[in-house]
Design a protein around this ligand. Structure first.
Ligand SMILES: Nc1ncnc2c1ncn2[C@@H]1O[C@H](COP(=O)(O)OP(=O)(O)O)[C@@H](O)[C@H]1O
Ligand SMILES: [Mg+2]
Length: 508
């Protein structure tokens, strides 16, 4: 007699509106005592599929079985009653409450604080979680919040635990810790699903891997029987090389000399703290750091968008524009030297694109000052817009279709594409591939590399350490606004960068 799967999904279909098929005829089994990775590009339907187990969405058709019995999951409460718990990508915690208070929300009155504390402490020691129950959420790191969400879910009695991209915001050290507790939970018989698109993690943690592509389950494989190459092919449906091209440009010239750059925030805290480095033409300087380590403020300071403290200096030097001290100049003056910043924020439309306008007009927005006469020439912007559309495969019905009606990923491609097409001397990008699928991300890496080969000095602020290590010539590591290391991108290791991201060097 075989043990039924903890959860079985059969012929699951889910559409949004008429056009978007999020899941198509998906079969999936999740067993007790295993870690199943759900792998797939952005938009392949991973979150939607799991949300049908956590009670956020109901399938249009198909069946769900829990321990062999057919069930209907119509709400998160139904999911909990079936011992299914999900930790979402965006945490649902209340900032001003402590960890314990967050766990207690919604619990029955009989559950006293003392009893709950004991139960949670037991869970923590059983699986190896480190959690300060009296810490307020706003004092917590992302990793602590993640831990809290998992512990909360376990406290509610989850036997099936679904984690939606838990490692996206963690450092390598934190990921190692998370994986240790996941293994402990698995050995205790829990069924664990981890959603991720990082292949190295999949190979490290999973027993089995199911791959979604365009809403369909294209296959489930045992970790032992597969390879990163095979998984990539399953994910993207065609052979792509994982290597990011990294040319060595011989003729380098010093483009920026950043010295003692310091920026304070409104609370008088140094968010950029005495940063000193040189930036050369023909190189990609990667900037690594956990989010909020001063990346944004550093780039904004160079662009004249932040007030710099006494002693800060940014010397710009190029044959075309001469030598200038940038600190004290306006952003408008700085842009004229060919410095460009593409910062991809959460709210993409907030940053330099006009939602009601189409691609062509948005490209023109940055170009019109370059025009000689009073007449706007549409031809060139139109060609540029078309080029961006082709190279980055922007999906839009027409070049004049309002960009606010496009999906977030497409808006982002336009934003990055436009800066790249501005013929910069210094190109700074932050989170350029956030939320983009693998193919589009590679298109962007290639564009940055093209810029580098043309002699542009590129700064790349990124979140994915594997990409930073493959793309950058040098890597500057930020930790709490301070510069905590400047490494050779060709020899640096992930552990090294991760360590510098989280541990300030001695004496600092
Ligand atoms: N609430 C929603 N309304 C409309 N479309 C959605 C919604 N949620 C997801 N989608 C679409 O469904 C598809 C699958 O999305 P999702 O499950 O979030 O993918 P993944 O988690 O693999 O990135 C995408 O095309 C996405 O745009
Ligand atoms: Mg998702």
């Amino acid at each position: 007699m075989s043990v039924p799967a903890a959860v079985s999904m059969r012929n699951i279909n889910k559409r949004f509106g008429k056009k978007v098929i999020a899941n198509k005829d998906v079969d999936l089994d999740i067993y007790h005592g295993e870690i199943l990775s759900l792998l797939g590009e952005n938009g392949s339907g991973k979150t939607t599929l799991m949300n049908m187990l956590s009670g956020i969405y109901a399938p249009d058709s198909g069946e769900i079985y829990v321990d062999g019995k057919q069930v209907t999951i119509a709400s998160p409460k139904d999911a909990y009653d079936l011992s299914i718990g999900m930790v979402h990508q965006h945490f649902k915690l209340i900032d001003v409450f402590t960890a314990l208070e967050n766990i207690m929300i919604g619990l029955p009155k009989e559950e006293t604080e003392k009893k709950c504390r004991k139960e949670v402490e037991d869970i923590c020691s059983k699986y190896g979680f480190e959690l300060d129950l009296d810490k307020k959420i706003y004092d917590m790191t992302v990793s602590e919040k993640e831990t809290l969400e998992i512990v909360k879910t376990l406290h509610r009695g989850a036997e099936v635990l679904i984690l939606d991209e838990p490692t996206a915001v963690l450092t390598p050290q934190e990921i190692t810790k998370l994986f240790t507790v996941l293994r402990n939970m698995k050995n205790d018989g829990k069924a664990i699903v981890i959603i991720t698109h990082k292949l190295n993690e999949v190979m490290e943690i999973s027993d089995r891997i199911s791959v979604l592509r365009k809403g369909e389950n294209v296959g489930t494989v045992n970790k032992e029987d597969t390879s990163e190459q095979e998984l990539t092919e399953m994910m993207v449906g065609e052979k792509i090389t994982l290597d990011i091209q990294r040319d060595f440009v011989e003729d380098k010239a010093k483009r920026l000399e950043v010295k003692h750059l310091t920026v304070k925030n409104i609370e008088d805290k140094k968010v950029v703290d005495d940063i000193t480095f040189d930036l050369y033409s023909g190189e990609i300087l990667g900037i690594a750091g956990i989010s909020g380590s001063g990346q944004k403020e550093l780039l904004e300071a160079i662009m004249g968008l932040q007030k710099c403290e006494e002693g800060s200096s940014v010397i710009y030097n190029s044959t075309a524009h001469g030598v200038h001290e940038l600190v004290g100049l306006s952003t408008k003056e700085i842009i004229q030297f060919g410095l460009h910043l593409a910062f991809v924020p959460e709210d993409r439309l907030g940053m330099g694109l006009v939602g009601n306008m189409g691609m062509t007009d948005n490209v023109m927005l940055k170009r019109y000052r370059k025009g000689k006469g009073p007449f706007l020439h549409r031809k060139q912007p139109e060609a540029t817009a078309q080029k961006i559309k082709d190279e980055l495969e922007v999906v839009t019905p027409a070049l004049d279709y309002p960009v606010r009606r496009l999906s977030g990923g497409n808006v982002q491609k336009i934003l990055v594409g436009r800066e790249i097409n501005n013929k910069p001397t210094v190109l700074m990008t932050a989170y350029a591939v956030r939320g983009l699928d693998i193919n589009t991300s590679y298109a962007i890496y290639n564009l940055l590399n093209e810029q580098k080969k043309k002699g542009v000095a590129v700064i790349y602020v990124g979140e994915d350490l594997d990409v930073l290590l493959a793309l950058s010539d040098r890597i500057l590591v930020l930790c709490g606004g301070k510069m905590n290391g400047l490494l050779d991108g060709r020899t640096a290791t992930k552990e090294e960068v991760g360590y510098l991201m989280t541990n300030l060097k001695e004496g600092e």
